[in-house]
Ligand binder design. Structure first.
Ligand SMILES: [Zn+2]
Ligand SMILES: [Zn+2]
Length: 64
């Protein structure tokens, strides 16, 4: 898995700017499965992010 905020491997490094409470509110920028940059759209209810390879992710789908 990759960090959705910086695109680097999740288990590598400390990701100081990626793990805070502010980051949790921000839409992802990179696909967690392939680290491609995703197309992000902010919607009235949250956000949706699309990977050209893995399809859409929405904030609604990320429960918990
Ligand atoms: Zn990160
Ligand atoms: Zn992907």
């Amino acid at each position: 898995m990759f960090c959705v905020h910086c695109g680097r491997p999740d288990a590598e490094g400390e990701h100081p700017g990626c793990r805070g409470p502010r980051a949790a509110l921000e839409p992802p920028r990179f696909c967690p499965e392939c680290a491609r940059r995703m197309v992000v759209q902010v919607t009235p209810v949250g956000w949706s992010a699309r990977c050209s390879r893995h399809g859409d992710t929405t904030s609604a789908a990320r429960t918990g």
